[in-house]
Design a protein around this ligand. Structure first.
Ligand code: ATP
Length: 225
């Protein structure tokens, strides 16, 4: 894993002499630790491995890296190849949303249309367009199946670290701190797509609303995202 990270850094910095360092070792441990916590809910010490130094790895965070690891040139050619295919109605939706994204206007859109009419097609183009500029567009969905249909899609529960006892909690919150990887993603993201949001419990939307207000320091709905 650390060899992959070194290789990626060499490509990113166009410096093929970039070599293995203690920071890379630490960063690799951070990734392994996050995977272990996510998969087995166990810290590395329980698995006989050394713990990473989170503070030293503060500039390299897994979730932020993941959201910024798209190939901008591939996405740009995807946008260029597909934008002309949009119907006039799809183009209106695309333009309206991209106008808000480009001008940092916090807005909420609800996209509803019969099945097979091209909602996902438009959403994929919007995600690609934002990511092709090296900006962050977060794609989440209420169900795992819907999440697999979006590039980089994740379930809302996993991405937003929502509590499992959502129904019985009075005011559930997203378990995301400002300094965490996901905290940084939510502070920096230009757009959040939540597919099948009507299938989610209303408390999960409220939790995201409060979380974004706190993280972004803005009182507008969803922290003006
Ligand atoms: N403007 C378009 N040009 C070419 N193909 C399109 C266009 N719009 C949609 N399609 C294609 O039509 C099919 C259905 O579109 P899509 O999956 O985006 O619909 P949807 O509204 O998201 O459906 P569902 O609600 O069932 O998920 C897909 O294969 C998609 O690539």
């Amino acid at each position: 894993m650390s060899e992959d990270i070194v290789h990626r850094k060499q490509l990113e910095t166009s410096d093929m002499t970039f070599d293995f360092t203690s920071e890379i070792y630490n960063y690799t441990l951070v990734i392994i630790k996050d995977l272990c916590v996510r998969m087995a809910n166990k810290p590395l010490q329980d698995l006989g491995m050394p713990s990473p130094n989170r503070i030293a790895a503060v500039s390299t965070c897994v979730e932020l890296d993941g959201e910024q690891s798209y190939s901008a040139s591939d996405l740009l050619s995807y946008v260029q190849n597909n934008i002309s295919k949009l119907t006039s109605e799809q183009k209106d939706i695309y333009d309206t949303i991209m106008h808000c994204v480009d001008n940092n206007v916090g807005e909420i859109f609800f996209l509803d249309a019969p099945g097979g009419t091209g909602k996902t097609f438009v959403i994929k183009l919007i995600l690609a367009s934002i990511r092709s500029k090296n900006d962050i567009a977060l794609a989440i969905a209420s169900s795992g199946i819907a999440a697999t249909l979006l590039p980089g899609g994740r379930t809302a529960h996993s991405a937003l670290k929502l509590p499992l006892n959502l129904h019985s909690t009075e005011t559930p919150t997203c378990n995301i701190s400002k300094s965490s990887g996901m905290g940084k993603v939510l502070q920096q993201c230009k757009l959040i797509i939540w597919d099948e949001c009507t299938m989610a419990h209303k408390k999960s939307l409220k939790a995201l609303d409060q979380c974004l207000k706190d993280l972004r320091g803005k009182s507008k709905p969803f922290g003006s995202t």
